[in-house]
Design a protein around this ligand. Structure first.
Ligand SMILES: Cc1ncc(COP(=O)(O)O)c(C=O)c1O
Length: 362
């Protein structure tokens, strides 16, 4: 009975994930399908992480370490921070939930951009919190406008840097300007899910802003580290913030295999280097191909590109599926002409370009 459901849940539109490969094969009777829809790592997973998972798998009769002791220690060393600065999560998705639950009171508000990672708004609404949004400007977070939108009720500001689905970023200068003289009741969350792919000098690393005590940074192992299926991410901030997040998260939120895999992945510099090189080179390849097709796109510092198809993005998405290529339509974001394409391997990108040419001609 609908009347049993909390009122704010009735208003929530569920998150629509990228279409899985198996489902597409089954539904369309296709043998070969590639997925460029969820910004995953097409090179797979670090061989060191895979070996660690195999080794850890016999221990799954035991609960995982609820404190994530070794992983936090390793991350702390890498980041030149202390383990008390770190909260582990079942992906950044869970951390968004933990952050909202820890910091936003019933009558307080979350502020973000109108076109950004949808989970900020969905999870806020599930928790019964209201959300204010500020339009992007030229596909970028408009921090001066966002600052003007801050009221006595604003508690949390989510900035996806780089932004998903646009691949744009806020510069160091813009972030410094935003943080300067920010009211003391406002906490800023910098979501750096794609930080590993950055190749611009003026990108602000969130970890450089922690001393303000009003900044949290989120990162994930789902993208460059190739561990999306295991669900693991982390947040960093001042212990005066993270210690309360520790009270809110579930005790065994990060599973045993994920902890083992993440530890090993952090040691696999070679895999990370290969991934980064592939993404940067292949982004160039895809951008060149799009330019040749006279298709406009938003220049990206992440591992995906937002492409203007100049027609219905949903129709292009469906036509691409028939060609065995899963991309992401942008209808949920209100970008009806657009699709988002994850950077794949050369073979995948060639398949995308071939299929896209065919679809555009129809
Ligand atoms: C900006 C942003 N934040 C967070 C996430 C979620 O990452 P995770 O897999 O760690 O939950 C994504 C995933 O697409 C993302 O694009």
């Amino acid at each position: 009975m609908k009347s049993l459901v909390r009122k704010n849940i009735l208003k929530v539109t569920p998150y629509k994930a990228g279409k899985p490969i198996e489902e597409t094969k089954r539904e369309l009777g296709l043998k070969e399908v590639i997925k460029l829809a969820s910004n995953e790592n097409p090179l797979g997973t670090s061989p060191k992480a895979l070996a660690a998972i195999r080794k850890a798998v016999t221990g799954v009769n035991r609960y995982p370490d609820s404190q994530g002791f070794y992983l936090k220690r390793k991350l702390a060393e890498k980041l030149s921070l202390s383990p008390e600065n770190i909260v582990l999560g079942n992906g950044s998705d869970e951390l968004i939930d933990v952050i909202i639950k820890t910091f936003v009171e019933n009558d307080e508000e979350v502020l973000t951009a109108d076109i950004t990672f949808l989970e900020y708004e969905i999870i806020s609404r599930v928790n019964g919190r209201s959300v204010a949004t500020v339009p992007l400007k030229d596909f970028r977070f408009d921090l001066p406008e966002m600052k003007k939108k801050i009221t006595g009720k604003t508690k949390l500001v989510f900035i996806a840097n780089p932004n998903n689905p646009t691949g744009t970023y806020v510069s160091k200068k813009e972030l410094v300007g935003f943080l300067k003289d920010l009211p003391g009741h406002v906490l800023v969350v910098l979501d750096e899910a794609y930080d590993t792919f950055i190749d611009v000098p003026d990108f602000p690393r969130g970890t450089d802003f922690l001393k303000n005590n009003n900044v949290l940074v989120m990162r994930t192992f789902s993208k460059a580290y190739g561990l999306a299926g295991l669900r693991i991410g982390y947040a960093v901030g001042a212990p005066v913030l993270t210690s309360y997040m520790e009270c809110v998260r579930q005790p065994f939120n990060v599973n045993l295999l994920a902890q083992a895999a993440a530890m090993a992945a952090l040691d696999d510099d070679d895999f990370l280097r290969k991934t980064r090189k592939m993404v940067l080179e292949e982004k160039q390849y895809l951008s060149d191909a799009l330019r040749r097709l006279k298709v406009s796109y938003v220049p990206s510092v992440a591992n995906f590109i937002l492409v203007d198809t100049a027609q219905s993005g949903v129709e292009v998405f469906q036509a691409m599926l028939k060609e065995g290529v899963i991309v992401r339509d942008m209808q949920q974001y209100g970008l009806n002409r657009y699709i988002r394409v994850t950077i794949g391997t050369r073979r995948e990108n060639e398949k995308f370009v071939k299929a896209f040419k065919k679809v555009l001609k129809k």
